[in-house]
Design a protein around this ligand. Structure first.
Ligand code: AMP
Ligand code: MG
Length: 427
């Protein structure tokens, strides 16, 4: 486990007073480690949605198990095909899905076959029924296949073309998406081995922060950060430990941090980490843990504390509600995914044409709340939600993504393309 100083020493141009967003990401990737696979557990598929696979899923069977037909039609041996000539076959039986057809199909003969029915040995090609001419005489049905209509192997699904027996169908680290659940089920497996859930404790700090149910007080604000953080963590599949609002009192803060460090893999706090703070939060983090206090070249979300208290990783987020969500998405989420053992790659940013001019200073990364939609010509366009204040939480509700204005980027003119991190897919 590397200390904050070890990581800082190895990071090029590390300056806690002026870190770029990229440097923060690099730092956190070194600070956090994936959860041990020793604590993995077997869960039923219906309980596995969103969990992270702790090991590869090896396919015990091939899917499909047999060569079978992809169409309703007639199966035959394609060695009989002759270029530019029609072919006539006598129909000797019907193969249905779910049953294997017993019998022999000789040269000049074919088998009527339904979608999904097993292709008997020797038959490799299916001509769809709508392409043939049927004729019946004295109980004998024949089909005529027009010239050059089918090629050998047409409309045949090969055994194992989806999954091959003995091969990994899914890799450890993959999140169990709805498609992955279906894939595991298609192998006949009722359960999967997944990492245990990551335990994350969170609390809000600040004497001006009111818990829900408390009477309003002049200058005080209701605690919204615990609810956004709860939602963000729950969406990620974490086990959450809600520790409420902690008053600005050394004994209460010490008790909260100590309990969180005992119970959780990660601790998320909000508030009390900015420069002018007169409260005890920073002092307590410093006393109990190995913690760095950063100023990040970003907006919103400049101050942040990061480190360890005991074995728990600490993310001390700023207090402003939008800053909490943005720093969570930019830094905490990727770090937690790594801790969860996830190998999921970040969803690529979209490019959209900006419908308004944006003022932007080079030398910091800005995240503006944007509304992306499709222009009549089908291209993507984006506008901002208006007031970009870091306390304007309604902007996070109105927006459907964050316009990411990168570190070296300057002003944006109307019609310029910008990058957008869409919320759907990210949270
Ligand atoms: P701080 O980072 O502690 O200086 O907090 C900045 C501002 O964020 C405060 O003035 C509060 O208005 C607001 N704030 C802090 N904590 C919360 C919270 N839990 N919920 C809503 N707003 C908060
Ligand atoms: Mg404060």
């Amino acid at each position: 486990m590397k200390s904050i100083d070890d990581i800082a020493a190895a990071l090029q141009g590390y300056d806690p007073q002026a870190l770029s967003v990229t440097q923060v990401g690099d730092f956190l990737a070194q600070l956090v480690q994936p959860i041990s696979a020793d604590e993995s557990q077997d869960v039923y598929l219906f309980d596995a949605l969103g969990r992270i696979l702790a090991q590869d899923v090896i396919s015990p069977i091939s899917v499909p198990a047999h060569n079978n037909s992809a169409m309703d039609g007639f199966a035959f041996d394609a060695t009989q095909l002759v270029a530019d000539q029609p072919l006539t076959f006598r129909v000797v039986g019907t193969a249905l899905a779910g049953k294997s057809w017993q019998g022999k199909v000789n040269a000049g003969e074919c088998l009527k076959i339904m979608t999904g029915a097993i292709l008997p040995d020797g038959l490799d090609t299916v001509v769809p029924q709508e392409f043939v001419q049927l004729s019946s005489e004295h109980d004998v049905t024949t089909i005529t296949v027009p010239p050059n209509l089918v090629k050998p192997g047409d409309n045949r699904r090969l055994a194992g073309e989806d999954l091959m027996q003995g091969q990994p169908a899914l890799q450890g680290g993959q999140p169990l998406t709805p498609a992955a659940l279906g894939l595991v089920a298609s192998l006949g497996l009722p359960d999967v081995r997944v990492h245990r859930r990551l335990r994350v404790a969170y609390f809000s700090t600040g004497d001006e922060v009111l818990s829900l149910g408390e009477a309003p007080r002049e200058g005080a604000v209701y605690d919204s950060n615990r609810y956004t953080v709860f939602g963000l963590l729950t969406r990620m599949g974490c086990e959450v430990i809600d520790m409420g609002v902690v008053r600005d009192d050394p004994a209460l803060l010490e008790a909260a941090f100590s309990r969180a460090a005992q119970e959780a893999d990660a601790i998320i706090t909000s508030g009390g980490v900015s420069v002018g703070e007169a409260d005890f939060t920073k002092a307590m983090m410093k006393k109990l843990g190995d913690v760095a206090f950063w100023k990040i070249a970003m907006r919103p979300g400049r101050p942040m504390a990061v480190g360890r208290i005991g074995k728990s990783v600490l993310f001390g987020l700023p207090g402003n509600p939008v800053a909490v969500m943005v720093t969570f998405l930019a830094f905490v989420r990727p770090a937690l995914l790594r801790m969860m053992g996830s190998s999921a790659q970040p969803v690529p940013l979209l490019r959209a044409k900006c419908l308004e001019p944006l003022r932007k200073k080079a030398g910091r990364t800005e995240y503006q709340r944007g509304v992306v939609n499709s222009a009549p010509d089908g291209t993507l366009q984006v506008r901002t939600t208006g007031n970009q204040g870091s306390g304007v939480l309604s902007s996070m509700v109105q927006g459907n993504g964050l316009i990411v204005l990168h570190h070296n980027q300057g002003n944006v003119a109307v019609g310029d393309e910008v990058d957008v991190m869409m919320f759907e897919g990210a949270i």
